[in-house]
Design a protein around this ligand. Structure first.
Ligand code: BGC
Length: 356
């Protein structure tokens, strides 16, 4: 009996050791990449680029998309932690809801890189890689300033303002950057906001949804532009909102000599939006080359795991409510129908067929 028991014990230990080492090998270089959703083109590209770049350097990748569902993203992160991922790269859905799960990661000494969107209210985020989000807004505001000739004193013009999702820290930076250019013209009367809706909380579109932006634009047109008032410009922080706004403009009869499309901004250079720029329905977008961001994050992962100094270029701008998170900011670039070929096609980001 005793011998049988000890044999059983030895066997159990052996199996345990095999599983552990097996697992260890598997997890030895496993990186978790958590993306918010597949519903928007950019996050698919981000995910694919990250996977490709990490695998090229010999890492294994657990890539997950969370369908814009915060609880699903938390579950995915918990799985990554229990699988033994060494680094988590996270583009959060709600930047403030990951505190508990990231505490678990920290307990396992797993490093965390916030990808594109800052993770808020936790000390357990080690690095942040993104584009200069304030500058994105400045590019949008400056485009409107130039298109309307505001510097030359022209106006008054009518503008309506949109902002991104209130649970995304980036949305405040985009808005801050754009308003740093536009607010002085609102103050001096060159720009008028007929709806009077300028507060972030009023103009924000939850979850960056096109349909919500479309519905808000419909309401604005009905309430403030149905008596022949001209709509000169719409500040849209990104392309998913711009698509909704264009749909609303189209269904309300814009795009004629009497009712031309207003100046309309965007961000991401999503394929439908590049088409809209070519057709003259959207004026500009901001190109954030996801290949650049992915490469940068892979360099960060590499440096972390090799114990080298992690490349950052900003340690002051991004405070998450608990600490300044060391960041690497990539450069966003202005795009419109005049330069999209050079930016997007010549660089191999899209093929001509992609945007036809
Ligand atoms: C990203 C934008 C994107 C938006 C909606 C932001 O956090 O920086 O590129 O358009 O989320 O997904």
């Amino acid at each position: 009996m005793k011998r049988k028991l000890s044999l059983l014990l030895v066997l159990t230990m052996l199996i345990g050791m095999i599983t552990l080492t097996g697992c260890g090998k598997e997890a030895g270089n496993l990186i978790g990449v958590a993306m918010p959703t597949q519903s928007l083109q950019r996050w698919n590209q981000d995910g694919e680029n990250m996977k490709k770049e990490l695998e090229a350097k010999g890492y294994k990748v657990d890539l997950q998309f969370a369908n814009n569902d915060v609880n699903l993203q938390i579950q995915q992160l918990e799985n990554m932690i229990s699988k033994g991922c060494k680094v988590l790269v996270i583009a959060s859905i709600d930047g403030s809801s990951l505190t508990d799960v990231l505490k678990k990661a920290a307990d396992q000494k797993i490093k965390v890189i916030a990808y594109d969107r800052l993770i808020m209210q936790t000390e357990h985020v080690d690095y942040y890689a993104t584009f200069d989000n304030f500058k994105v807004g400045v590019l949008q505001g400056t485009y409107i300033e130039e298109a309307l000739g505001l510097k030359e004193g022209k106006g008054p013009y009518n503008i309506e303002l949109f902002a991104g999702s209130p649970d995304d820290n980036n949305a405040y930076f985009f808005n801050g950057g754009a308003m740093s250019i536009l607010q002085p013209y609102i103050d001096n009367g060159q720009l008028r906001v007929p709806s009077g809706q300028t507060e972030f909380s009023t103009i924000a579109i939850q979850a960056w949804t096109s349909a919500t932006a479309q519905a808000r634009m419909d309401n604005l047109i009905t309430a403030f532009y149905s008596g022949g008032e001209k709509l000169d410009a719409v500040l849209s922080p990104n392309d998913s909102l711009a698509i909704g706004i264009v749909a609303s403009l189209d269904s309300n009869g814009y795009g004629t000599a009497d009712k031309p499309y207003p100046v309309l901004t965007g961000q991401d250079c999503d394929k439908p939006n590049v088409k809209a720029m070519i057709e003259g329905k959207q004026s500009m977008s901001v190109f954030k080359d996801t290949r650049t961001l992915a490469k940068q994050v892979v360099d960060m992962v590499d440096a972390i795991l090799q114990g080298k100094e992690v490349p950052v270029n900003d340690t002051e701008t991004y405070n998450n409510g608990v600490k300044n998170v060391p960041s690497y900011l990539c450069e966003p670039v202005f795009a419109d129908k005049n330069n999209y070929k050079e930016l997007l096609i010549d660089s191999g980001y899209y093929t001509e067929a992609d945007i036809q």
